[in-house]
Design a protein around this ligand. Sequence first.
Ligand code: 5AD
Ligand code: SF4
Ligand code: FES
Length: 361
Amino acid sequence: MSQTVNRILEKKRLNKSDLVSLLATGEEERKLVFQEAASIKAQYVGNKVFYRGLIEFSNLCGKNCLYCGIRSGNKSAHRYELSEDEVMQAARYAWENRFGSLVIQAGERSGANFVGRIERLVGRIKDMSKGELGITLSLGEQSEQTYRRWFDAGAHRYLLRIEVSNPELYHRYHPRNKTHDYQARLNSLYLLRKLGYQVGSGVMIGLPFQTLEDLAEDLLFFKKHDIDMVGMGPYIEHENTPMYRYRDKLIPKTERFILSLKMVAVLRILMKDINIAATTAMQAIDPMGREKSIKVGANIIMPNLTPSLYREDYLLYEDKPCTDEDAEECKRCLEARIHMAGGEIGYGEWGDSKHFKKRRK
Ligand code: 5AD
Ligand code: SF4
Ligand code: FES
């Protein structure tokens, strides 16, 4: 088997069956995959880890994804929205601590007030930081006009996970209606690219009914759509969601974690110069989850800046870490963890995806 793995790792172009083989590796062979990913990372992106301070702006959401703890159908979620002052305080913290960039994330909404508030906040953050803070948005599917307004206000990256690239599976994990349409989501990714955003996407790993072939297709999806940055992590069940009923069909959490690490490593091998996030969901399963992701290819971390009071409410899945901590604690904690993983923090830098820069040229 390790011979086969070695042969695959020597290939210039990986096809679907190569990717499946790499994802299927057992304990010994997967070390080869991890080593290769680490060496590609060192060669193409170096050991710098860039921060994106995460502001979970609101857990109000108009959608009802069947896996998500803050879906509109979960009536037991306590809903909140940060005030503009709270956002500005978090942004100032990021700027003063030289985080380089921010991510503003929230459930998906499209009302005029919401769109205007985000636009104003983006502008205020740009002014406050003298243009120094990079701003990433993660606010779901929006109209072209909304995306343009936010871009013009100063946002330059956008995260929109495809969640699962197989349309059939997509419709299995989402209600079958107009607001949860695979093609519409794909179209949003095209619009973002057209408008000039650096485009991020991602998937969940270890979903019920998902196969290694599906995951290999997810990786090829990122390649086909020439995605600049990827955030992906294990699917983690949440009690108040319809998908909880499939919990017996899931692979054990530790296996979901290993599979997620393999996805990060194989993606680094497939797309050498993109940005890959060490996601929070990795740490929900393994206390060292983010460090391990960094070792096998990830180069982005999103320290949580949401005011402590609200963290418990942005509960997408069980065991989400950092809900009892504040910005300062997460900062210190992450610094130690990144150093342990042999990384260096890219303070004060935007850390744009090298891939994006190359496409621009
Ligand atoms: N497990 C893991 N990730 C989840 N997300 C939502 N619900 C879950 C869950 N139960 C992810 C989705 C979404 C991101 C903000 O959180 O991929 O895009
Ligand atoms: Fe809303 Fe996003 Fe959760 Fe779907 S995954 S319900 S869009 S917050
Ligand atoms: Fe939040 Fe470690 S990163 S407590």
